[in-house]
Design a protein. Structure first.
Length: 202
């Protein structure tokens, strides 16, 4: 009987340990399957998120293996929120959490700065490189910052990615400009004023 209880306890621990780890640090679970972790609980700007996902997917497809965690608040860190103001130590922690399944490049972007590791180890020169990219404001700004940082890192390794996707507000702005130009072309020029008939004197 005692042996059966012990076996059941071991099985329960094996089943629930991954769940506990996922609750402890959401990104460590999400990045096992996906290439980008982002604040899914908020109104994430779709255009910026799509751009980042496309950039990271292209980088991986072209041999520049990388995963990205966009952290917007301590809530994103789960039970390791003590690392909120320490993006580099958090990047190392996250890389170790992922190490059994993923050991390549890992970029963390947050309002507090950047974290970057390669094969679970710090890469000071690459971290200094991404720190040249200013951190954007808000969720939209962080997503765009991450996109630019990935492009910069890839370029430093000789991988030039495609041009940035055009964001929604840029498309709207360009559409307005084209509309204004078209309306200008459609307006027919006003006919010149008729010359006054000469006055005949008797």
């Amino acid at each position: 009987m005692k042996r059966r209880v012990a076996v059941l306890a071991l099985l329960a621990a094996a089943l629930f340990a991954p769940l506990a780890r996922a609750d402890g640090d959401p990104a460590s679970d999400y990045l096992l399957t996906y290439q980008v972790f982002y604040p899914y609980y908020s109104n994430t700007p779709k255009a910026s998120l799509d751009q980042l996902k496309a950039t990271v997917a292209e980088a991986n497809k072209r041999g520049y293996t990388i995963r990205v965690a966009v952290i917007t608040s301590p809530y994103d860190l789960g039970t390791v929120s003590a690392l909120w103001e320490k993006p580099q130590p958090y990047a190392r922690f996250l890389s170790l959490e992922l190490a059994f399944a993923y050991k390549n490049r890992l970029l963390v972007v947050s309002p507090k700065g950047y974290g970057y590791v390669e094969k679970t180890q710090p890469a000071p020169s690459k971290l200094a490189l991404v720190r040249t990219v200013p951190i954007g404001k808000g969720t939209d700004g962080l997503l765009l910052t991450a996109d630019r940082a990935v492009r910069l890192l890839a370029a430093s390794s000789g991988v030039k990615l495609r041009l940035e996707l055009q964001l929604g507000h840029d498309r709207d702005r360009d559409r307005r400009r084209r509309g204004s130009a078209a309306r200008g072309r459609d307006r027919a020029p006003a006919p010149p004023a008729a010359a006054a008939a000469p006055v005949q004197r008797a």
